[in-house]
Design a protein around this ligand. Structure first.
Ligand SMILES: Nc1nc2c(ncn2[C@@H]2O[C@H](COP(=O)(O)OP(=O)(O)OP(=O)(O)O)[C@@H](O)[C@H]2O)c(=O)[nH]1
Ligand SMILES: [Mg+2]
Length: 300
């Protein structure tokens, strides 16, 4: 894979717009990194009251790694983060194994977690014995399906999740390289428009630009050129933010958008000569900022 050097301190808006192709080179994920194909199993969300945070995005955009990194951060701050076993029947041995070994699985350095956690996963975040939220990670293949020509993108589990009564906070992944064709990016913006149509009153969206380390928007550790990054995502995914604009004639003047936008880097991934994938976690500022947005949205 080819890595390009970018001098991030001297970029301009024009440069960002012209950077489309190099992104694909920088962060293209090799097929073998994606892991095995996951199975779309029936899911059961027993807790219908606690807000549900849902990781949403195509395959290999980094959903599971964002969950892993957020878990590590929250645990370091004293939160209790535990998988919720009732998501799957007790005879699902693979899921029960993840529930039992989650802590040790996500703590190693030489473990390609995302290759192990290829099944849907529900974790509960609690503090002082109170559950604050649940986070659901679903493999990208089951978030939406482009092949449905009528634009009915959500089927099976995703359709059932959309019908749940829990307050929903969607963590929508939008990195420049998660699709390789313009057509797919246009379709993704359409998927998000449909998602918005099915939102309930208290639901909300946080756009997450993961793999920020592979873009030119990082000025220093955790110091991101946010407005340029936002403009660039808008350029790559035409009209993506339109359904999420604040159309209230009064409040739109000081709050133009009904969404939050944050960057994320789960960590540095390097491959040893023997093929072992090593993970070194990224700066705390990313999970810290994401968690602040999630907490704000939980409060409503
Ligand atoms: N450069 C960079 N690469 C990342 C980052 N986070 C994840 N990756 C890469 O992306 C790959 C896929 O990450 P996953 O978390 O498995 O992606 P996913 O969205 O859960 O994929 P599915 O479960 O198949 O939908 C990882 O194996 C890493 O190689 C990041 O912050 N920076
Ligand atoms: Mg995953």
């Amino acid at each position: 894979m080819h890595y390009m050097e970018i001098n991030s301190t001297s970029i301009t808006r024009k440069d960002c717009i012209n950077f489309t192709m190099p992104y694909n080179e920088v962060v293209a994920v090799k097929d073998e990194e994606v892991g095995m194909k996951a199975e779309n199993k029936e899911l059961f969300i027993a807790d219908n009251h606690t807000p549900l945070v849902i990781m949403f995005g195509p395959r290999a955009c980094g959903k599971t790694m964002v969950l892993v990194r957020l878990t590590r951060y929250l645990q370091s701050k004293g939160y209790n983060v535990q998988p919720i076993s009732s998501l799957r029947p007790a005879n699902d041995k693979k899921y029960m194994e993840i529930c039992l070994n989650y802590d040790s699985m996500i703590k190693g350095k030489n473990v390609p977690f995302s290759h192990i956690i290829i099944t849907p996963l529900l974790v509960g975040i609690s503090t002082h014995g109170n559950r604050i939220c649940q986070i659901l990670d679903i493999p990208g293949d089951f978030c939406f399906d482009f092949s449905e020509m009528r634009g009915d993108y959500f089927k099976g589990n995703m359709d059932s999740i959309l019908k749940l009564n829990n307050r929903k906070i969607w963590l929508v992944m939008v990195n420049p390289s998660q699709f390789t064709s313009h057509n797919e990016r246009v379709l993704y913006a359409d998927v998000l428009r449909k998602l918005k149509e099915r939102e309930k009153l208290h639901d909300s969206v946080i756009f997450v630009l993961n793999k920020i380390d592979a873009t030119p928007f990082v000025v220093g550790s955790g110091n991101i050129k946010y407005s340029l990054a936002l403009q660039h995502i808008e350029f790559l995914y035409p009209n993506i933010f339109v359904p999420f604009r604040n159309v209230n004639p009064i409040t739109k003047w000081w709050r133009p958008n009904n969404f939050d936008f944050t960057a994320f880097q789960t960590g540095d991934f390097s491959e040893a000569a023997d093929g072992t994938l090593t993970f070194e976690e990224g700066p705390d500022i990313y999970p810290q900022r994401l968690w602040a947005f999630i907490q704000k949205r939980i409060r409503g």
